[in-house]
Design a protein around this ligand. Structure first.
Ligand code: NAG
Ligand code: NAG
Ligand code: NAG
Ligand code: NAG
Ligand code: NAG
Ligand code: NAG
Length: 390
């Protein structure tokens, strides 16, 4: 999920409600207590975290468990390379204000049961440019209200004390279908638990194996690469973004082996593991669709989306080759195969299927529908991304 905007503001009334949120009692837990200081004295080993696939007609997002607090509470999060912070539903998600949802369908972290929880008192709003499913983001329809805090966070058994995090105090209803409680940002600048683990000796990279539901066994390797998940060589390309987004420079795109002057142009493409969306500028999206079928047309019922009669899709070739350049200067393609073209029927017309690419001017981005065809390496320390065929 690509974070677009983060506005910090103070909500006096909410702050008043939360006074006393930091508990005074001390609960000892042998699972968490001993790790803190010893972390810094020895290098840490990589750890594998199994991921489940949120599937709704198509593979949408991959999520796994972390624990927060003392004693540890399970919190399920999307590992999202499109954002940078950790935020999850909390027992404070109770106020029905402008965002309308109280996180009722999600497991909520109870900060009053954590002896290591420290309320930060700072409130903020986070707005996303890509959402949960394949529907286009409209205005502020993916937005969270947050409250800052710190607590102990463990991921794959690797634990850090005093990690900066955000409790969701309210969310737009678009998040209600999530089978997970929050988002762990895995942007290109390490933050939170990952930064703390790196400071403690963990290698500063992670590997993602986002597999289709039919394959299963998706996995995040934090601090390393799981060589058992692929056989060929990794090809690395330099990250060109200077901020938190993972971005690679692409000299051109081909569809079904053909290109056009518009497609054969240098562009920067964002890699976002937290979405299944593929977004391109309107003219680029339409140039790509023109090479697939003239029958793919915008669906005015959902601006930004395109569709075609579902029964035409199985026979349509739609191989999208996006070219990148390795650190050795050799071009390589990352390919979204034809079987990703349909993301399922529109709710408004079950015989009209939505096609993969949404038009979104000002953003060019790929997500799970590309990543699940590769093993991907996100090398924070060397500011590069690696891909291996699977
Ligand atoms: C997360 O934890 C719950 C409860 O322990 C478990 O049922 C579930 O399978 C876990 N999910 C993943 C993706 O590991
Ligand atoms: C936790 O981290 C904050 C900065 O993020 C720091 O001000 C504070 O002293 C730390 N608290 C503990 C108990 O380490
Ligand atoms: C990836 O490797 C891990 C072992 O390291 C394994 O548990 C998992 O099943 C593998 N995933 C797939 C899809 O093969
Ligand atoms: C992988 O790299 C090695 C060493 O550079 C090379 O010998 C081998 O042919 C490569 N394998 C593949 C599948 O490209
Ligand atoms: C990338 O794909 C295009 C279109 O299919 C093809 O012409 C080109 O040779 C491919 N490049 C590489 C390096 O495989
Ligand atoms: C639904 O989509 C199909 C396929 O494009 C089209 O033939 C049909 O007219 C559409 N139905 C409505 C009610 O728009």
């Amino acid at each position: 999920m690509l974070q677009t905007l983060s506005v910090f503001f103070l909500l006096a009334a909410l702050a008043k409600n939360l006074v006393g949120a930091s508990p005074q009692k001390v609960i000892l837990s042998s699972r968490v207590a001993p790790l803190g200081k010893s972390l810094k004295r020895r290098a840490l080993s990589p750890s594998n975290i199994p991921l489940a696939d949120f599937f709704k007609g198509t593979d949408l997002q991959w999520f796994g468990n972390i624990t927060v607090g003392t004693p540890p509470q399970d919190v399920t999060v999307v590992f999202d390379t499109g954002s940078s912070t950790l935020e999850f539903a909390s027992a404070y998600c109770f106020s029905v204000g402008t965002l309308c949802s109280t996180c009722a369908s999600q497991i909520q972290f109870d900060s009053s049961s954590s002896s290591t929880f420290v309320d930060g008192g700072r409130t903020s709003t986070i707005t996303f440019a890509t959402g949960v499913g394949v529907d286009p983001v409209v205005g502020d329809n993916y937005q969270l209200h947050l409250r800052s805090a710190t607590d102990t966070v463990s991921v794959g058994g690797l634990s850090s004390p005093n990690v900066s995090l955000f409790l969701i105090t309210e969310q737009t209803p678009t998040f209600d279908i999530d089978p997970f409680s929050g988002i762990q940002g895995m942007g290109a600048r390490a933050q939170g638990f990952f930064a703390a683990l790196i400071a403690g000796g963990l290698p500063s990279l992670f590997g993602l194996f986002l597999t289709p539901l039919s394959v299963g066994n998706a996995e995040l390797t934090i601090g390393g690469i799981d060589e058992t998940n692929f056989s060929g060589n990794l090809t690395f390309a330099s990250q060109v973004g200077t901020g938190a987004a993972w971005e690679l420079s692409s000299p051109g795109i081909s569809v079904n082996g053909k290109t056009t002057s518009l497609l054969d142009t240098q562009r920067t493409i964002i890699f976002d593991s937290g979405t299944s969306n593929v977004l391109f500028d309107t003219d680029t999206a339409e140039a790509m669709y023109a090479l697939i079928s003239p029958d793919i047309q915008p669906n005015p019922a959902e601006p930004g989306t395109y569709g075609i009669a579902c029964d035409l899709i199985p026979t349509l070739p739609a191989d999208i080759d996006i070219t990148f350049t390795s650190q050795q200067g050799t071009p390589f393609n990352l390919t979204i195969p034809s079987n990703e073209l349909s993301v399922g029927p529109f709710a408004s017309n079950s015989s009209l299927c939505q096609t993969l690419i949404n038009a979104f001017d000002g953003l060019e981005l790929v997500g799970g529908s590309l990543l699940k065809h590769y093993y991907s390496v996100w090398d924070v320390g060397n500011q590069r991304m690696g891909f291996a065929a699977i």
